[in-house]
Design a protein around this ligand. Structure first.
Ligand SMILES: Nc1ncnc2c1ncn2[C@@H]1O[C@H](COP(=O)(O)OP(=O)(O)OP(=O)(O)O)[C@@H](O)[C@H]1O
Length: 298
């Protein structure tokens, strides 16, 4: 069996801000197999950016284990970290300006990254043309970033992130600053690069609608993986079905989806009963109020 490209086990990241401890990740567990396209979705503050910053090699976890394409992110030396960031992972950030050098054309942005990555000069032009074509912006090769729309900039950024042939592509809110049409174009380009190049792709976003564009969505809540949605196309008539799964950690804990909790008014305690093939979860009764002692008949 091949090793997953991303393995996080019980990942913890604690920040100290003005003397107060913030647990951004509280034992997050995640596995992403080679070639998977996965979205990580969660509300603001749930720990998405913290996770991505760790996976990109910019930050280290406080505890737990994290491996990406065989690299142990906790024990990596500084030199290995530089090579890891150059060759193993590619990133796309939310701020379009953070992805591209503003005074270089789309093609020159790619050539720059290829030359830093050690690609031979005579191969660079062909590789640049091939990648711009793949993300659907070849006719814009000579434009500066400021002459491109936000969605076009993100597609060029995707080509730049892929230039040195990374094993894993990480995207932090890549559609956060885009309108609906550009969002759809960028996600379509992501699907194309994922299927054509087989690059393992992780998209982090607070936009739950992104999950309609990917097969697997992992929901994180309070720094932990909570639920997963898998989409599959049924054989009959190409219909898409989505199934939701709760993530069970190794000590048996799971988070119920918030809408289930709300629908049944679950709080504090729930009743569990083991059935032959499933577990029932029902509202627990409030603790029984102490009753007055009954008087004995004299
Ligand atoms: N450098 C830091 N110092 C202190 N606290 C931090 C730091 N970085 C993140 N946090 C805290 O950790 C928690 C998770 O933050 P994170 O940015 O990972 O969430 P997020 O899901 O990406 O949110 P958003 O969608 O708003 O970007 C938050 O409570 C945040 O305030």
């Amino acid at each position: 069996m091949t090793e997953p490209h991303i393995v996080c086990t019980d990942l913890v990241r604690i920040f100290i801000a003005q003397g107060v401890e913030v647990q951004a990740l509280q034992g997050l567990t995640l596995r992403v197999d080679p070639g998977e396209l996965t979205a990580i979705v969660g509300a603001s503050g749930s720990g998405k950016s913290t996770l991505l910053t760790i996976l990109s090699g910019l930050d280290a976890p406080t505890a737990g284990a994290a491996r990406v394409a065989g690299h142990d992110l906790l024990t990596m030396s500084e030199r290995e970290r530089v090579l890891y960031r150059r060759h193993t992972v590619g990133f796309i950030w939310q701020q379009t300006s953070r992805n591209l050098v503003p005074y270089l054309s789309a093609a020159d942005n790619l050539e720059l990254v290829l030359s830093i990555g050690g690609s031979p000069r005579r191969q660079r032009a062909a590789r640049t043309a091939e990648l711009l074509e793949l993300v659907g912006v070849s006719e814009l090769a000579d434009r500066l970033p400021a002459e491109l729309s936000g969605g076009q900039q993100q597609r060029v950024a995707m080509a730049v992130a892929l230039a040195n042939n990374p094993t894993v592509l990480l995207a932090d809110e890549p559609t956060g600053e885009l309108d609906d049409d550009s969002t759809a174009d960028v996600l379509e380009a992501m699907r194309t690069v994922n299927s054509e190049l087989g690059v393992t792709t992780l998209i982090v976003t607070h936009d739950a609608s992104v999950s309609q564009h990917v097969r697997r969505t992992v929901q994180i809540r309070d720094g932990r993986t909570a639920t997963e949605t898998l989409r599959r196309t049924a054989v009959d008539g190409g219909e898409v079905h989505a199934e939701e799964f709760a993530v069970l950690d190794k000590v048996g804990r799971l988070q119920l989806p918030q809408d289930y909790v709300d629908a049944l008014g679950l709080r504090e305690r729930v009743r569990l009963s083991l059935q032959p093939e499933h577990v029932e979860v029902r509202p627990g009764l409030d603790p029984v109020a102490p009753t007055a002692p009954t008087e004995e008949p004299s």
